[in-house]
Design a binder for this molecule. Structure first.
Ligand code: ADP
Ligand code: MG
Length: 685
């Protein structure tokens, strides 16, 4: 038997069991050995004399005196069962089962059993729903020997835990001595770790072994990222001539001076773009920190040197906003810009694409969806992807690789994100990227005053809306839903605020206000027209779904009210409130809730304006998917590493992967296999 032996050939495995195991992702001995159990710790103590303490897990031998059904079993419904027990020293206690009258026939009065369970919190002499094993030899039968530390395997449908344990034993016995270390080292650390994980002597030993295996798993993760990056940078890039003259000319196009934070981040971009290695950089800056201006400066440097730039934005509204900003800055220059969205007529679209291919266009700005397709530039120098977490990793690689193949050198890549990325996540999901941060915000911006506000619907918002508009501002009202999802017709009774009903109700309550309704399902032309009207101050209030979450920039907006705020993630709410207070007037954010008690979770938004602290709280509460979107968090399904506890290992792994990739080493196949998770029993634990 070796690691590649099919489980079909293990003793006791017939076709049915083999199929059940395969269903759970267990095909061969390697899978079985790497399907790690959880550690349960030592078995509870055997209490053979003296009273049992309350609320404690124990084992003991006792005989059944009687067993009788009880109604409710102490839990309100169903038929329970209560057994009177007696230990050899005469100590009397009870075992209580819930909804388990059927157990009665297994509890034979006068017979001895080994019991294991937790004693009641108040009544120490009551075991709650204990497990039991019949001791056929009676009072003298010794309890079976216990492992010093127990483990639990994830259940495999159709295979009992006993069978699974026996199979693992056979696999350990048969193959462990000649199992190769996936990391390619020839020491026995990996084998020893596997043995310990399956059959630990203590919880501490288990943890040490888990870390050893986690280190290999994280090395695999880091290596794959390195490989992905090298594939991208396998081709040389271009060293752009971004000299002081070009720099000064580009800066002069902006209507403002850069903040210190922007200047610092820009210096990093400039260094990257002047180097021959292609840039692969994530620019992170809180909402409103001014990332777009840096993207424009980088683009101008590349364009000044004769190449073209492509920007991908998540929505048409944002693409056109970016385009308007770029066009405004570039008035009077020879730089030719274009805008390509889903609403662009076919003829114009074809024209734009052929202009790009023929170098009649310098900067093309469009939506992710469009630019992910076959777009070909004559010479693509820079790709900017805004709100990159909405753009698939594969899509991004395809875009860059296509250009690289076509032109023989790789374009530079600049990713923008307002999602503050906690360090753990940055290293995991973006370990292959250099990260630059824009610290601080443009001058004159104060933190958005944030308050909790009890409001079930639109009517309660009338007063704050009127006040904001009387003061010369404009307002957003954000709803979790687009349309009424319930049967209820009455607006204020709808269980979750929806933009359509809220707009209707607001129009009735505040007929003097000009109100617009914006949601994702509107035709793009209407969305753009609405945003333009709002930006021009022709609308007082824009009721919207979270489509406006990313990047919308309207200087006149001073109030944002989020209905049913607890339905949104913290990082998302932070992004939303970043939509106001972007001009000279201070911003205000109302987090609306219906219940008398405001949801606890929202407190952090009142206390903090630090996007990173908020994102870290969100990460802890809701996991990486909530921050990154599903596009990336699929990569985070780990077998036994824990991103928070094993951060140090992750850092080491990145260093080792970098070193070994640089030395020309390919990822050992055993390491790659660690990443094809799914059979990790810990995961389901
Ligand atoms: P984000 O980083 O959220 O994408 P934007 O690039 O949209 O932010 O910038 C937010 C607003 O701040 C825009 O109106 C932009 O023109 C303005 N802005 C950017 N940098 C500066 C600056 N240095 N001084 C003044 N205003 C700035
Ligand atoms: Mg932006």
């Amino acid at each position: 038997m070796d690691a590649g032996t099919s489980l079909r050939f293990l003793p006791g495995v017939g076709p049915a069991r083999a199929a059940a195991l395969a269903e759970a992702g267990l095909h061969d001995v390697w899978d079985l050995l790497h399907a790690l159990p959880r550690c349960l710790g030592p078995p509870p103590p055997l209490v053979e004399s003296g009273a049992i303490p309350a609320a404690t897990a124990v084992r003991l031998r006792a005989r059944v005196l009687s067993a009788r059904p009880v109604f409710g079993g102490g839990r309100g419904r169903g038929m329970g069962l209560e057994a009177l027990l007696e230990r050899a020293d005469g100590y009397a206690l009870k075992a209580r089962f819930f909804n388990a009258g059927y157990l009665r026939r297994h509890l034979l009065p006068g017979e001895w059993y080994l019991w294991e369970g937790r004693s009641d919190a108040e009544k120490a002499a009551v075991l709650l729903h204990p497990s039991f094993v019949h001791l056929k030899q009676g009072a003298d039968e010794q309890p079976p020997a216990e492992a010093a530390c127990r483990v639990a395997y994830r259940a495999v449908a159709g295979v009992s835990e006993r069978t699974l344990v026996a199979l693992v034993d056979a696999a350990l016995e048969g193959t462990l001595d000649h199992l190769a270390d996936p990391a390619g080292s020839d020491d026995v650390g990996h084998r020893r770790a596997l043995l310990t994980l399956h059959r630990p002597e203590s919880a501490a030993a288990y943890e040490e072994a888990r870390r050893a295996l986690a280190a290999r798993e994280l090395l695999a993760l880091a290596w794959r990222m390195q490989a992905r990056r090298s594939a991208q940078v396998g081709m040389p890039g271009r060293a752009w001539r971004w000299d002081d003259a070009i720099h000064a000319r580009a800066l002069a196009r902006l209507p403002f001076a850069l903040t210190a934070g922007q200047a610092e981040a820009l210096a990093a971009l400039r260094t990257d773009l002047r180097a021959a290695q292609p840039m692969y950089r994530l620019l992170q800056g809180d909402v409103g920190s001014g990332k777009t201006a840096l993207a424009l400066l980088a683009s101008l440097a590349v364009i000044a040197d004769g190449a073209q730039a492509l920007w991908c934005a998540p929505t048409a509204v944002l693409a056109s906003q970016h385009h308007a900003f770029a066009a405004r800055c570039l008035v009077g220059t020879r730089v030719r810009t274009g805008l390509l969205t889903g609403g662009t007529p076919a003829a114009e679209r074809a024209q734009l694409l052929s202009d790009l291919a023929a170098r009649r266009l310098d900067l093309l700005i469009g939506t992710h969806a469009l630019l992910g397709e076959a777009v070909e530039a004559a010479e693509l120098g820079l790709v900017v992807i805004d709100e990159q977490h909405k753009f698939g990793v594969a899509q991004r690689a395809a875009l860059v690789n296509r250009a690289a193949q076509h032109q023989g050198w790789a374009p530079d890549l600049l990713l923008l994100t307002a999602t503050p990325i906690p360090r753990t996540l940055a290293l995991t999901a973006f370990g292959d990227l250099e990260v630059a941060r824009i610290a601080g915000r443009p001058p004159g911006r104060s933190a958005v005053a944030t308050a909790l506000f009890r409001a079930a619907g639109a009517t309660q918002l009338a007063a704050p809306l009127r006040a904001a508009i009387a003061a010369g501002g404009q307002a957003y009202v954000i709803c979790p839903l687009r349309e009424d999802a319930s049967e209820a017709g009455d607006d204020d009774v709808a269980p979750v605020a929806d933009a359509t009903s809220v707009t209707r109700a607001l129009a009735k309550t505040c007929p003097e206000l000009a109100i617009g309704l914006l949601h994702g399902a509107l035709p793009e032309r209407e969305k753009l027209a609405l945003m333009a009207e709002f930006a021009a101050g022709q609308l007082h209030v824009l009721v919207a779904t979270s489509v406006i979450e990313v990047g919308i920039d309207v200087a006149g907006a001073t109030l944002i009210a989020v209905l049913d705020a607890e339905r949104f993630g913290l990082a998302q709410l932070h992004q939303l409130r970043g939509r106001v207070g972007r001009g000279t007037m201070p911003g205000r954010c109302l987090l609306c809730h219906r219940a008398t008690e405001a949801p606890e979770r929202l407190q952090i938004l009142l206390a903090s304006d630090d996007g990173l602290a908020i994102a870290t709280a969100d990460l802890a509460a809701r996991g990486p998917g909530a921050l990154l979107g599903t596009a990336q968090h699929g990569a985070l399904a780990l077998r036994c590493a824990d991103l928070v506890r094993d951060l140090d290992l992750l850092q080491d792994a990145h260093a080792e992967a970098r070193r070994r990739t640089a030395a020309g080493e390919a990822m050992p196949p055993g390491l790659a296999r660690l990443l094809t998770g799914g059979s990790g029993l810990l995961a389901g634990g």
